[in-house]
Design a protein around this ligand. Structure first.
Ligand SMILES: CN1CCN(Cc2ccc(Cn3ccc4ccc(-c5n[nH]c(N)c5C#N)cc43)cc2)CC1
Length: 239
């Protein structure tokens, strides 16, 4: 997979050279290119924003630099990913979908966003996914690009050392993950649940599933399948 990121703060994407994406690059699974949007400006001040038509607070990102950047980078077969507060929710299912693409191009906006005409024009010639990573407000798209990239890259075939670890993950089976433990067996008077030391794999799997269901019911009742009934866990109604 090739990933391109366009931002006015390219250094914000430096962490992509570390850890997971860094390893993916080293193994040739991922080709990463980060670009400064100001490289596509034409004026002396390298202007990327201006006041909004219709008035209102803040500034809007000008269409010209973005248009030239996408002319160069949005080639056939590239999926344009645009982080935005008004985007479709980013989920594990969407991460899996994006992991099937050959190329992703992230357009990281700032200020009050990117002139809508840029997105409208891109829709005419590429797959465009406007994505939100959560119901809270950030100052730009870079954090979302980091999060989406990490969630997608770790799903690339051959990337995770043990693909098994991708199967039992939170949200992969629709539930939150079960609690995990490691040595020592006793720590500050707290013991590891005995079932985990029993060697009874069926009992361990059953215990882990029940713990995942209980945790999900307590913290994310919206994720609990209707078929599951837990008599001793308070399941708060989804808001
Ligand atoms: C008058 N009002 C009208 C509503 N706007 C809404 C608004 C518009 C832009 C911004 C700042 N910003 C610029 C680019 C950009 C990309 C992603 C995100 C983002 N935030 N939260 C997520 N989950 C995100 C993701 N992914 C924020 C971004 C903040 C708030 C404010 C002004």
């Amino acid at each position: 997979m090739r990933i391109d990121v366009v931002s006015i703060f390219p250094d914000y994407l430096a962490p992509l050279g570390l850890s997971l994406p860094g390893k993916a690059q080293a193994t040739g699974l991922l080709e990463l290119h980060v670009h400064d949007l100001r490289g596509w400006t034409r004026d002396r001040h390298r202007t990327v924003d201006d006041t909004p038509y219709g008035g209102g607070a803040g500034m809007v990102m000008k269409p010209e630099p973005w248009g030239e950047a996408l002319d160069e980078l949005l080639e056939p077969g590239v999926t344009l990913v645009v982080p935005t507060p008004s985007g479709e929710p980013f989920t594990q299912a969407l991460a899996r979908e994006l992991a099937t693409r050959d190329r992703l191009l992230f357009a990281c906006g700032r200020y009050e966003g990117i002139d809508q005409r840029v997105l409208d024009e891109a829709h005419g010639r590429a797959e465009v996914r406007e994505i939100s990573i959560g119901d809270y407000v950030l100052n730009g798209g870079e954090v979302a690009a980091l999060a989406i990239t990490e969630a997608v890259v770790r799903l690339l075939p051959g990337f995770m050392g043990n693909p098994e670890s991708l199967v039992e993950e939170s949200h992969e089976d629709g539930l939150l993950e079960y609690p995990v433990y490691t040595k020592p067996a006793s720590w500050r008077g707290r013991e590891v649940p005995p079932v985990l030391l029993s060697g009874d794999h069926a009992a361990i799997a059953a215990w882990r599933h029940e713990q995942a269901v209980r945790r999900t019911a307590a913290r994310r009742p919206d994720l609990v399948p209707a078929s599951v009934v837990l008599d001793d866990v308070e399941v708060r109604p989804a808001r």
